[in-house]
Design a protein around this ligand. Structure first.
Ligand code: SF4
Length: 216
């Protein structure tokens, strides 16, 4: 099977079975999504979604958050992983958006990564979800699933290398959607420890699954 045939099969499968894939984070605008994505590092979307309504009620926009006091914001996110750092990052991010970008969330990766708490993965999520830019955020699910399927070479060891390979092989207009396909497949089917291969519709193209069969 050629690489193109594998990509075509996977894309066709997801288009058929997950036509409306999107983020599971709840948000109404770029400000809310940026806060939610920063909070979601090393934390489940479910827990973030339980927390953000209280933050957005108290700090309804970026200017309100930029004036937040650490001691007032911290209690709202203390149930999330790394609350100390995340509290500092949220306030620092908001202050920088206000001073450097006139209160408007920037919408390019180079600008976004100047903000505290925002790395390449977060910047790729924001620009692809809000603006459908062809940027692939590689988290642990995207990294694992794309390697297992054989969409990227097994020898790749960094998220950046996987990102570049996926971007090279996917049509630009599909990239923002493929990000959600791979995340959701990793979250619910292709689990890290016990992938549900026997209920997965991608068996016939999956390198991990073929290797399992060959071992038997
Ligand atoms: S066959 Fe198994 S390893 Fe391959 S994508 Fe499906 S769940 Fe993951």
């Amino acid at each position: 099977m050629t690489k193109k045939e594998r990509y075509d099969f996977v894309i066709h499968y997801f288009e058929e079975h997950m036509p409306d894939a999107e983020t599971e984070l709840v948000y109404d605008n770029p400000y809310q999504l940026l806060v939610a994505v920063i909070l979601s590092a090393q934390c489940t979307d479910k827990r973030v979604n339980m927390t953000t309504p209280f933050i957005f009620e108290k700090y309804p926009d970026i200017r309100a958050l930029s004036k937040a006091a650490f001691n007032e914001l911290f209690p709202l996110i203390k149930s999330i992983s790394y609350p100390n750092n995340k509290t500092k990052h949220l306030i620092g991010m908001a202050q920088k958006v206000v001073t450097d970008f006139n209160g408007k969330i920037p919408m390019t990766v180079p600008e976004l990564i100047t903000l505290p708490g925002v790395g390449r993965k977060t910047a790729n999520v924001i620009t692809s979800v809000i603006d459908q830019q062809p940027n692939m955020a590689v988290d642990t699910h995207v990294f694992r699933v794309s390697k297992r399927l054989g969409l990227v070479p097994q020898k790749l060891t960094t998220p950046l290398a996987v990102e570049k390979e996926l971007v090279k092989n996917l049509k630009p207009e599909l990239i923002h959607k493929a990000h959600h396909w791979l995340i959701l497949h990793g979250r619910y089917v292709c689990l890290a420890r016990n992938p549900k291969c026997w209920e997965c519709g991608l068996q016939q193209v999956c390198i991990y699954f073929q290797n399992l069969l060959n071992k038997k």
